[in-house]
Design a protein around this ligand. Structure first.
Ligand code: GTP
Ligand code: MG
Ligand code: ZN
Length: 332
């Protein structure tokens, strides 16, 4: 039993959480709907009554359930988790996916290519303890594909980058390297970059993609829900809807990990509270003057840190306010 579960990503990390007398079946969340979740198990997919709001359950989660009543018993602690800032009205964090090993950051070799956006996604991965891989699609349509790949890879020591033609099976097949038995990947990125096209090639699924007809807009299919599917190589892959703007929260350490080139310099400034503007002995400005640091890179780091601290303060304030008014449930 345990063996077949391991093919679904079950490891000793989860096994250690099972109580000696605890009963129930184990499954991995494949879909989350408003009033039910679908879990994947070695025997079959099972639809469960969550008995609570599904907002705190993510695709990729491991759960214990009662197979007779089709009821969720409990969630297992996550090995890794991808969070973004929730829409302003609800405040706090929104869970995107759980127990992911590799985050495939998908961008295309055209106007979508944007270093600031890629740095955000890298931070998302770093803050969730997930390994990032930048995947540049539509390499078949651009002369600059290799240039963009190098730029992407140089954004951070924590990532690699590769170019693919998502319409070519052999080319997409490079991603199988991260999707061996029991391993889980997630596809994120803007709408239309080719996430579902990749998913189809790697899983054999036939999820609708945004095939664009010349004369009418019908036939465009944007993904609207996350789902976990088995890759042909034995691993698992999560498709997600396109993200318009990724906002981060509680990610200060992750930002610094992504921008380690900048933070290494900051550590060498003479003053620990250096603003890198006019202070003497500023290693950051010295590096810019010596052409060793791109001033845009510094601006993007500063902007992301500021935004993160604003978002994180709001989340913290919200938590405090809720604590002070017991009985008031947060809106979903
Ligand atoms: N030429 C070429 N076309 C591609 C490539 N990757 C994706 N496409 C096309 O781009 C369009 C969008 O692809 P999708 O896979 O639907 O994009 P998506 O990222 O899933 O989009 P959302 O679901 O809206 O987030 C489709 O018409 C694909 O055929 C590629 O590498 N080369
Ligand atoms: Mg899609
Ligand atoms: Zn400085």
């Amino acid at each position: 039993m345990t063996d077949s579960l391991s093919a679904f990503g079950w490891t000793s990390f989860f096994q250690a959480q099972v109580g000696p007398d605890e009963t129930g079946s184990r499954g991995r969340v494949g879909e989350v709907h408003r009033d039910r979740i679908v879990v994947r198990t070695p025997a079959a997919d099972v639809a469960l009554d969550p008995g609570r709001s599904t907002g705190e359950i993510a695709v990729g989660d491991w759960v214990l359930f009662d197979p007779d009543r089709h009821a969720l018993l409990r969630l297992f602690e996550r090995r890794t988790a991808l969070h973004r800032k929730a829409p302003a009205i609800s405040g706090g964090k929104q869970l995107m996916a759980a127990n992911v090993d590799t985050l495939f950051i998908v961008t295309s070799c055209n106007a979508d290519f944007n270093p600031a956006r890629l740095e955000r996604y890298l931070t998302l991965a770093a803050s969730g303890d997930v390994k990032p891989v930048i995947v540049l699609t539509k390499a078949d349509l651009s002369e600059q594909a290799e240039d963009m790949r190098q730029q992407a890879e140089n954004l951070s020591t924590i990532t690699t980058a590769l170019t693919i033609n998502a319409l070519d099976e052999t080319s997409v097949g490079q991603l199988f390297a991260w999707l061996q038995q029991g391993e889980t990947g997630a596809l994120v990125g803007s709408s239309g970059v080719g996430k579902s096209t990749i998913l189809n090639a790697l899983t054999g699924a036939q999820v609708a993609t945004q095939g664009i007809r010349e004369d009418d807009a019908k036939g465009r299919h944007t993904t609207t829900a996350r789902s976990l599917r088995r890759a042909l190589s034995g691993g698992w892959l999560i498709d997600t809807p396109g993200i318009r703007e990724l906002s981060l929260v509680d990610s200060a350490d992750a930002i610094d990990a992504v921008f380690s080139d900048v933070t290494d310099l900051v550590a060498q400034c003479r003053f620990s509270n250096c603003t890198h503007e006019t202070e003497p002995g500023c290693a950051v400005r010295a590096a810019i003057e010596a052409d060793k640091l791109d001033p845009d890179r510094l601006r993007r780091w500063t902007k992301l840190r500021l935004e993160n601290s604003q978002n994180s303060e709001t989340a913290e304030e919200l938590r405090l306010r809720r604590k002070l008014k017991p009985g008031r449930k947060p809106k979903r």
